[in-house]
Design a protein around this ligand. Structure first.
Ligand SMILES: Cc1cc2nc3c(=O)[nH]c(=O)nc-3n(C[C@H](O)[C@H](O)[C@H](O)COP(=O)(O)OP(=O)(O)OC[C@H]3O[C@@H](n4cnc5c(N)ncnc54)[C@H](O)[C@@H]3O)c2cc1C
Length: 292
């Protein structure tokens, strides 16, 4: 499944539909995809602020004709003492509607102005389906989500891609606390860029790096969702302890499931302890030499 679009918008909720609508209306070739089918179930109250319609007047006319909207113009508030207050306005305070209808109407509008919409498609399908981006880039025909090394690789790539921004932010925070003076001193001493990186940046950013690796390590050890949705359950190449526990629990083998969960807990605890004791991960932010 090739994107075949300049912009891929993931998620067909109000944010995604509005983004796709705006881009498509400006002539950008846009593909919007959502893992659900619309109208989708959504745990959401049935209202929006009137300001929303005021802010998008062109859209308001369309929504008024496609969605059943009730305007709330009068509100009575009553206190425990029995005192009450009636607020009344010519302009509605609030609108009530069915959110499933509202969201589906926004998506239909995005379609109408030219966005291509794919329902029941996950963003990872675009990458790893047989005719997806990965095969396109490699000019290969690998069945990424079938049992084997390629399934493991697909999970590794997807997980790295998914969590890289988080790690980037953690490391950026670590880099930002390195004082500028140490770089100035290195410059005065004639240190080369490589030496400055090796002797200053790396040692000073090490606490943040160790914490970042620790967080990722703990996340990876208990990984469940990604292999489960991307590859599927009971695949040897992407089996994790959480998946083993889930499989046994689904077959009502509660004993082995509990055993897997307990081993996972011990495993995670040992790795976390090793990181804190051996590598000096500073998870509570005491700073260098703190907490003595
Ligand atoms: C219980 C509850 C009550 C609420 N009540 C109100 C209310 O009364 N009034 C109000 O204005 N707001 C309410 N909200 C908030 C409102 O629902 C959200 O602000 C709004 O839905 C956010 O829109 P969105 O487009 O950002 O995200 P969403 O509407 O959550 O849309 C995100 C979409 O992305 C899709 N998606 C996620 N991952 C992938 C993937 N990997 N591949 C493909 N698709 C993916 C999901 O299927 C989903 O359809 C409520 C929220 C909750 C939880």
């Amino acid at each position: 499944m090739r994107p075949g679009a300049d912009v891929v918008v993931v998620g067909g909720g109000p944010a995604g539909a509005m983004a796709a609508m705006t881009l498509a209306a400006r002539g950008v070739s846009t593909l919007l995809l959502d893992k659900k089918r619309f109208p989708r179930d959504k745990p959401c109250g049935g209202g929006i602020r009137y300001g929303v319609l005021r802010r998008f007047p062109a859209l308001a006319d369309y929504l008024r004709t496609t969605v059943e909207i009730h305007e709330i113009r009068k509100v009575r508030m009553e206190g425990p003492s029995g005192a009450s207050l009636l607020a009344e306005s010519d302009e509605p305070f609030y609108l009530t509607l069915r959110r499933t209808e509202f969201d589906a109407a926004l998506l239909a509008r995005a379609r109408a102005v030219g966005a291509r919409v794919l329902e029941a498609v996950r963003v990872t399908d675009l990458l790893f389906s047989a005719d997806g981006v990965a095969n396109d880039l490699l000019r290969a025909n690998i069945l990424w989500t079938t049992e084997g090394f390629q399934a493991w690789l697909a999970v590794v790539i997807a997980d790295t891609w998914k969590t890289a921004p988080f790690i980037g932010l953690l490391v950026l925070a670590g880099l930002q606390i390195i004082p500028a003076e140490v770089y100035e001193a290195a410059k005065v001493d004639g240190s080369s860029a490589w030496r400055t990186f090796w002797r200053i940046t790396l040692p000073l950013v090490k606490p943040a790096l160790v914490v970042a690796v620790l967080f990722r390590m703990l996340d990876v050890l208990r990984m469940f969702d990604l292999p489960f949705v991307l590859i599927g359950p009971q695949k040897k190449s992407t089996q994790t302890l959480s998946l083993l526990a889930y499989n046994d629990m689904s077959n009502l083998h509660f004993g082995p499931a509990a055993a897997y969960a307990t081993v996972l807990f011990a495993y995670v605890a040992v790795v976390a302890y090793a990181f804190v004791r051996l590598l000096g991960a500073d998870i509570v932010g005491r700073g260098v030499g703190g907490g003595r």
